[in-house]
Design a protein around this ligand. Sequence first.
Ligand code: NAP
Ligand code: G4F
Length: 337
Amino acid sequence: MTKTALITGVTGQDGSYLSELLLSKGYTVHGLVRRSSSFNTERIDHIYQGPQETGRSFVLHHADLSDGVALVNLLREIRPDEVYNLGAQSHVRVSFDAPLYTGDVTGLGALRLLEAVRASGIDTRVYQASSSEMFGATPPPQNEKTPFHPRSPYGVAKVYGYWATVNYREAYGMYAVNGILFNHESPRRGETFVTRKITRAVARIKAGLQSELYLGNLDAVRDWGYAPEYVDAMWRMLQQDEPTDYVVATGVPATVRQFLETAFAHAGLDWQEHVRHDAKYERPSEVDALIGDASKAAELLDWKPEVMVEDLARIMVDADVKQVEDQLAGATVRVDR
Ligand code: NAP
Ligand code: G4F
C-alpha cells in the first residue's frame, strides 16, 4: 500500500532530502510551504509536480505553523500516515533578535501540529525535529538521558517542542517521537550557517569574487554530519514497533577553526590570510561543545553515519566551487543534483 506523508519545512535543507527519500520509497509526499514574496522552493524545484499533472506523488500546500486551523484542515484533507515536523525558525543567532517569533513558530508550532493531529482524529505517526541545541551548556558527550540546558531562544523553543511531543505520546498514546539531531550539513545548507558560509566564501575567494570572510567564535565545537544520512534516521524512527526518542550524531568533534582549515586547504588556500573577526556573529550566550552519542540509534535503528566532518567540508567546497563556476558561465542549475 502506498504510504502518505506530510512534511512541514519541505523547502528547507532536510525537507528537500526527506522528500527525495520518501518518493524513492514510493510514498505520496505532501509538503507545507509558507507564503513568501519571492520563490522559496529552490531546493525542491527538481522534484516539483505542477497542479495540472495527473497522479501526482509530490503535492505542495500553502500553510504556516502559526495557523493552527490551517493545520487541522490540511491534516483532514491529506490524512497522512506519517507527519514530519521540520518547519522552524532554525537560526540560533537570529533567535536572539526574534525571540517571540522563534518561540511561536519553533516551539508553539510543534504543539499546534500535535494538537491538530489530535483534533483531526486521524491515526498518524509524528516526527518532531528536536535539536542538540537543547543540551546547550551541559557538557559532552550528550545522549538521550543528558539533561537540557538551552542557551538560546531557539534552544528554549526546541525544548518546548520536545516535551510537547513526549506529553502527547504519554497522554494520548500517540506514536510521536523526537529525533535529537546534531548539526548536519550539505551543499543545500542555508548560506548563513557557519559551514556553508565558509565553503561558499572559499569558492568565491578562489574565483576572485571576494577576499575576506567575517566570522564570530572559532573555538566552538560541533559534531557535524551529512544531512542525507540524517533524514534516513528520521524515517527509520517512524518505522519501529514502539515510539521513543533518539540522538543522531557522528560522535566526531571539530572546532569551527578546524572546519575552516579543512575547507580552505581543500581549495589550496590559507584561511588565515582571509578570515577576520566580527563580534556581530557572536551569540549573547554560546553553546561551547556538542558531541553526540548515537549508540541507541545504532542499536535500535541500525543507523550509522558514513560521512565525517573532513569529507563533509570537501563535499561542500566542491559543490560551491562548481556552483560559482556555473554562475560565472551564466548557468543557474543547482550544484548537487
Ligand atoms: P532550514 O533549512 O532552516 O528549513 C526550515 C524550514 O522551515 C524551511 O522550509 C522554512 O521555510 C520552514 N519554515 C520557517 N518558518 C515557518 C513557518 N512559520 N511555518 C512553516 N514553515 C516554516 O532547516 P533544516 O536545516 O532543514 O532543519 C530542519 C529542522 O530540523 C528544523 O526544525 C531545525 O530547527 C531542525 N534541526 C536542524 C539541525 C541541522 O543541523 N540542520 C539540527 C537539529 C535540528 P522557508 O524555506 O520559506 O524559509
Ligand atoms: O552554523 P551555526 O549557526 O549552527 P548552530 O548554532 O550550531 O545551530 C545549528 O545546529 C543546531 C543543532 O545543534 C540546529 F538545531 C540549528 O537549527 C542549526 O542548524 O553555528 C555553529 C557555530 C556556533 O558556535 C557559532 O557561534 O559556529 C559559530 N560561528 C562562528 N562564526 C558562527 C559564525 N555561526 C554562524 N552562523 N555565523 C558565523 O559567522
